[in-house]
Design a protein around this ligand. Structure first.
Ligand code: UDP
Length: 253
């Protein structure tokens, strides 16, 4: 069998050529990075969990009509996705102050925001993904005003979906990051949710205890990251393959 072509390797994922034109294989690594890759580690099992969790969220988004890149899961670490042209922005949605926003504005982490806030960082590791106003995005041609309206609408739909899903399992969605891709269908261009949605790119706090169940566990040395992600997966009923049948819930029709 010929070796498949690697298209791109990032910090947590690798993209390979897909099986059909217009598709890619997305491989989830166990590598974790933080603070613009200044802190690095390999965390066994993280890739498997994120592959499953991203599948779960993207499939749910498809079911409520939010277009995204997910096609199907291939195995424990790989999924088939639509090839897109990535808009060079990190689209961040915040419901409660945390992380860089809390720091910038001197807010206590967990302070509820008056409404969901959508903000954008320019995707450039060398610059440390700087926060940019919409005016820069349009002026520099990274996206048009119409694109931005569509991106904000998509981001807010993802926010409502993710907040509801998490609320149902006793988790507060503090904030998250998504990336958006362009696909071309004949003369038409469409914007869809791309990259991944996983505890690597969300802040998730237990509703009762405030325990962190996301990448901050790694960033801030708060414990075992795999345990935190496994807890999110367990609550959502997203079972990794190696769970023994005896502990799987029985579905009754
Ligand atoms: N985020 C991400 N990738 C990044 C930067 C941020 O996935 O390169 C996510 C992060 O996990 C959090 C949200 O976006 O859920 C907001 O992050 P923030 O701007 O507060 O930055 P941080 O505190 O992570 O540096």
């Amino acid at each position: 069998m010929a070796r498949r072509k690697k298209i791109y390797e990032g910090k947590a994922k690798i993209l390979y050529e897909g099986t059909e034109p217009g598709t890619l294989v997305q491989y989830f690594k166990d590598d974790a990075t933080a603070f613009n890759a200044e802190k690095k580690a390999t965390i066994e099992g993280k890739g498997v969990l994120n592959n499953r969790l991203s599948e779960f969220f993207m499939t749910g988004l498809t079911q409520i009509g939010v277009p995204n890149h997910f096609i199907k899961r291939i195995n424990m670490r790989e999924q088939l996705i639509r090839a897109v042209e990535i808009v060079p922005l990190e689209v961040i949605v915040r419901n409660f102050a945390a992380g860089s926003m809390a720091k910038r504005l001197g807010l206590e982490e967990g302070t509820p925001l008056p409404r969901p806030i959508v903000e954008f960082s320019y995707k450039d590791d060398a610059l440390g993904d700087p926060l940019v106003p919409e005016e820069y995005i349009i002026a520099f041609g990274w996206a048009t005003q119409q694109d931005m309206d569509d991106i904000v609408a998509l981001a807010l739909r993802v926010n409502d979906f993710m907040s509801g899903i998490m609320y149902g399992v006793g988790i507060k969605l503090i904030d998250f990051k998504i990336e958006i891709g362009r696909i071309f269908e004949g003369d038409f261009m469409r914007l869809i949710v791309a990259d991944e949605i996983s505890p690597d790119s969300c802040r998730l706090w237990d509703m009762k205890t405030g325990q962190k169940l996301d990448k901050d566990v790694f960033r801030r040395d708060l414990g075992n990251l795999t345990d935190a992600y496994t807890e999110v997966a367990r609550r959502l009923g997203v079972m990794p393959n190696n769970v023994s049948p005896a502990t799987k819930p029985t579905l009754i029709n």
